[in-house]
Design a protein. Structure first.
Length: 159
C-alpha cells in the first residue's frame, strides 16, 4: 500500500500540488539556482545587467516561471489554468469567485495598466514576508503570482 502511494505521488501531474505563498512542490522561495538546475531548469537573465534578476523554467513544471534574485527563487508565477492556489483560485476563474474564496482579507486594487476595469487581487500573509497577487481583466483571473512580498509586487517582471 505504501509503495502504491509513493508511486502515485511520483506520477502525479505537477499541477496537482497547490501554489502557496512560498511556491509549489519543491520549487520554494529560497530554492537555490543549483537545485533548479537539478530539476532541469534553465534561466534567462534580465536584459539590464544592473538588475540581479532572471526567470527560470523547467519541463517538470510547464507553464510556471520562477523569478530568481540573489541566486534563489523569490517568486513563482503562472498564466496556466492548470495550477491552483491552496485556496483553489486559478487563472480563468471568475474574479467574484476568487474574492469569495479569500474574503475581506483580499484587497482589490486597479491594475496599473488595464485599470479601472482590470484588477489586482492582493493577499498578503500575516506575520510573514510573503504574498499573492492575482491579476484580472475585471472578470476573470489572467495571472497568479506568489512568493516574497517585494518580488510579488514587481509589475513588469524584474522591475
Amino acid at each position: 500500500m505504501l509503495l502504491e502511494l509513493i508511486a502515485a505521488a511520483a506520477l502525479a501531474a505537477p499541477w496537482d500540488a497547490p501554489l502557496t505563498f512560498q511556491g509549489i512542490g519543491p520549487v520554494r522561495v529560497g530554492t537555490p539556482v543549483a537545485a533548479l538546475r537539478r530539476m532541469g531548469a534553465t534561466g534567462e537573465n534580465y536584459p539590464d545587467p544592473e538588475i540581479d534578476c532572471s526567470y527560470w523554467r523547467t519541463p517538470r513544471w510547464p507553464g510556471l516561471l520562477m523569478m530568481v534574485s540573489g541566486g534563489r527563487v523569490v517568486r513563482v508565477e503562472t498564466e496556466d489554468r492548470r495550477y491552483r492556489t491552496a485556496s483553489g483560485a486559478r487563472v480563468g476563474m471568475a474574479e467574484a469567485e476568487i474574492r469569495r474564496l479569500y474574503g475581506p482579507a483580499m484587497r482589490v486594487e486597479p491594475h496599473p495598466y488595464t485599470g479601472p476595469e482590470g484588477h489586482y487581487l492582493v493577499y498578503r500573509a500575516r506575520g510573514a514576508p510573503y504574498g499573492l497577487i492575482i491579476e484580472t481583466d475585471g472578470q476573470r483571473a489572467t495571472q497568479v503570482r506568489v512568493g516574497h512580498w517585494d518580488a510579488v509586487q514587481l509589475i513588469e517582471g524584474c522591475s
